[in-house]
Write a protein that binds this ligand. Structure first.
Ligand code: DAH
Length: 338
């Protein structure tokens, strides 16, 4: 290759140095980060060394440009090939990073978000609403003894509610709790009034499964014990709760009823929809003096109200669901609506 000027000779030597440096740099890369640094340094379109070398061309005497240009192209091809080759080497050794070399405009796979079960969401909202009304959260076991599930709740040994066919007994003295009212007793045994708690959780009854029954469902239990607690407090608390959870326009009614652990007792109904149908939301009443005595409280000193509501029912009323079974079937088409 003959050239006419000394500058061209120097430029060609520099081109050789550039090629050697570049090849060495690409060979040395150990990570995608290194590779990117080398690529920018040598092949970068703005300030890469190759770009600078290309600009030298214009400064050379006309007759030398062809020779320089050819050499430049050869260096460029060699460096681009080295760049490509080292990239492939890295991609093969680090498959995770390979994605970066793929077509990033291809739409990604839709992973889908998980979400909490509607009953969990409902429970959390109920805890929140009652929390704002001053009720703390209490817990009790799902495997209960007959004392907490029955005796202490004023349900004596010969009471039909204790029938083996109506309960899941695990032994003569223990069972899967049939109601969350058990937690009332546990809280009162452990603390002194004033008490204001809610307890939420599963309860078990051997009912045949249909649109409105299940052998396991969820209840929220409330208990308020203090001096001078009245039925008016109970009614306003439940009305206030229903409005908060189901909306201001919900209608709630109280029907006289009977529960062994409350006196007087009521059943609480909510208007289901515009058809005027009433559906039971749960039971409630003033804590029976016998129950207060069973935990060592003096019924002449303190009084209390209690309630137990069905969580599924509340959730169903809120979302317009008319069958309890989908809650337990884990069909994502149902669950993903919440
Ligand atoms: N434990 C009752 C049931 O499962 C519901 C209930 C009624 C709870 C009255 C109460 C209450 O706290 O006062 O059917």
């Amino acid at each position: 290759m003959s050239v006419t000027s000394k500058e061209t000779l120097i430029a060609l030597v520099e081109l050789g140095g550039l090629e050697a440096d570049g090849l060495q740099a690409f060979e040395a890369v150990a990570s995608i980060g290194d590779w990117e640094v080398a690529r920018v340094a040598f092949l970068g379109l703005k300030q890469g060394r190759l770009k600078t070398a290309q600009e030298v061309l214009k400064t050379l005497p006309g007759p030398d440009r062809r020779a320089y240009g050819q050499r430049f192209n050869a260096v460029k091809t060699a460096l681009e090939a080295a760049c490509e080759r080292e990239r492939e080497r890295l991609d093969q050794s680090a498959p995770v990073i390979k994605m970066l070399g793929e077509d990033l405009s291809v739409p990604g796979a839709h992973l889908g978000f998980g979400r909490r079960h509607p009953l969990t969401q409902t429970s959390e909202e109920l805890i929140d609403i009652f929390g704002r009304m001053g009720f703390e959260l209490a817990r009790g076991p799902e495997i209960e003894d007959t004392f907490h599930n029955f005796e202490a709740l004023n349900i004596p040994g010969d009471h039909p509610a204790r029938e083996p066919l109506d309960n899941f007994y695990l032994s003569p003295k223990s069972l899967l709790r049939s109601q969350t009212s058990t937690v009332q007793i546990r809280v009162m045994e452990a603390t002194q009034p004033p008490i204001r708690v809610v307890a939420l959780g599963r309860v078990y009854r051997p009912d045949a499964v249909d649109a409105t029954h299940s052998f396991m469902f969820h209840q929220i239990e409330g208990l308020y014990v203090d001096r001078g607690v009245t039925m008016a407090n109970l009614k306003s608390t439940l009305r206030q709760f229903a409005k908060s959870y189901l909306g201001q326009d919900v209608t709630v009614r109280f029907r006289p009823s009977f529960f062994p652990f409350t006196e007087p007792s009521v059943e609480v109904d909510m208007m289901w929809d515009s058809s005027g149908r009433w559906v039971e939301m749960g039971g409630a009443g003033m804590v029976d003096p016998n129950v207060l005595r069973s935990v060592g409280y003096d019924p002449d000193e303190v009084s209390g109200f209690a309630f137990g509501l069905g969580i599924e029912r509340l959730c169903m009323r809120r979302h317009g669901i008319d069958d309890i079974r989908p809650f337990y079937q884990n069909d994502v088409r149902f669950l993903s609506q919440f």
